[in-house]
Design a protein around this ligand. Structure first.
Ligand SMILES: [Fe+2]
Ligand SMILES: [Fe+2]
Length: 374
């Protein structure tokens, strides 16, 4: 018996365009029984003309999510939950628990005195602090204290744990990981530290003391790891750098004043699979639209404004999170005429670039700005 099949024919020279016949359908069935198939039946589906993201643009408003995040404190302990996190679930990527593309993100909450057990995984991870006081992270024995808008790395394979000091205040931060990517590559390992805690083996905040001095490289240090030795990027110097840079540059037409967080030893991305940056939109600034490969998750670190993503406008304010799927048109605007706005973002650009898959295109029409779709 032959059965109906999906048909991806395209009437374009060079593309598969084979009409189903009873004989061919029978042939396809024969192949299927041998765990094989005829490429022309699926070629146009598996090789789209351009990237086809399964993700949709989403804006997660902090004012909508915050109470629910805090509620999790009464519902589960960090011990039982492992990590008490509310994750961001893109409607198009629920099967892989991704916020966009192959990137995972979630909001984690901890109360003073709470700690999460030490663990390690193949996924690379980062945290961006949203609110609270007294948060800390320990990465391979390096303890770092954290404040709002600080950005900290927990690279692939490192032992890490998080907590909030007894005299702190409830903390919420954003986690960002490439769990979906590492799972897609079928390379994910997870381990819980045998003592559940690691020993702090270095002076607190030694990472920034050694590596966060711009233009200065410490003598007598040794670092052979494939990720940044600077594990924490503080908000104060980051914002100051953006302000200084903004005084002497027109910035990017697509991103305003943008600076990448980098490995100070290489100038390259902070981790092998995840890149991150902070950008400043000057008062009233509106960028032009472009699109590129790679998935991006933004958090509004400061100010208010809007982004237009594939023709749809998303109005954001401080602490809101939104995503830009691969190859989606996007442009940003600062809604204030007097205050700057800052967007933190992390992305899979290091993967795109190292695999030779990065591509970028400007929106040529309409003076570079997208018309809004209803
Ligand atoms: Fe982790
Ligand atoms: Fe972009």
């Amino acid at each position: 018996m032959t059965k109906a099949r999906e048909n991806y024919r395209e009437d374009v020279a060079g593309r598969a365009n084979v009409e189903d016949t009873p004989e061919l359908l029978a042939y396809y069935n024969d192949l299927e029984r041998l765990d094989a198939g005829a490429l022309w039946t699926v070629a146009n589906k598996i090789e789209p003309w351009q990237p086809k993201s399964a993700s949709v643009p989403v804006l997660w408003r902090y004012r909508d999510l915050r109470d629910h995040v805090l509620r999790s404190v009464d519902l589960v302990t960090p011990e039982k939950a492992g990590r008490r996190v509310i994750y961001l679930n893109n409607p198009g990527r629920q099967d892989v628990a991704a916020a966009v593309g192959w990137l995972y993100s979630g909001l984690q909450v901890m109360h003073p005195g709470e700690t999460a057990s030490a663990h390690a995984h193949s996924a690379s991870a980062l945290r961006f602090i949203m609110e609270g006081a007294g948060a800390y992270t320990i990465v391979d024995g390096h303890k770092m204290t954290l404040g709002a808008n600080d950005f900290v790395l927990t690279p692939n394979g490192t032992w890490h744990e998080h907590g909030v000091a007894e005299d702190g205040a409830p903390c919420i931060w954003q986690d960002g990981l490439d769990i979906p990517l590492v799972n897609a590559l079928e390379a994910n390992f997870y381990a819980v530290h045998e003592d559940l805690r690691q020993v702090v083996g270095y002076p607190v905040n030694d990472s920034t003391a050694i590596w966060a001095n711009p233009g200065l490289q410490p003598v007598g240090t040794d670092w052979g790891k494939p990720y940044s030795p600077l594990l924490k990027f503080e908000w104060g110097p980051t914002y100051e750098a953006l302000q200084r840079y903004s005084r002497v540059t027109d910035g990017s037409p697509y991103d305003g004043v943008l600076m990448n967080y980098v490995n100070p030893l290489t100038g390259g991305p902070v981790m092998q699979t995840i890149g991150a940056s902070m950008q400043l939109l000057r008062p009233g600034e509106r960028t032009k639209a472009h699109r590129h490969t790679g998935s991006f998750i933004y958090q509004v670190a400061k100010g208010k404004g809007y982004s237009i993503i594939d023709g749809k406008r998303f109005d954001w304010q401080e602490r809101d999170i939104f995503c830009v799927p691969s190859w989606a048109w996007h442009e940003h605007g600062n809604a204030s005429e007097s205050e700057d706005a800052c967007l933190f973002t992390f992305n899979d650009l290091p993967v795109m670039q190292s695999l030779g898959l990065y591509r970028e295109e400007a929106f040529g029409d309409n003076d570079g700005q997208q018309p809004l779709v209803a």
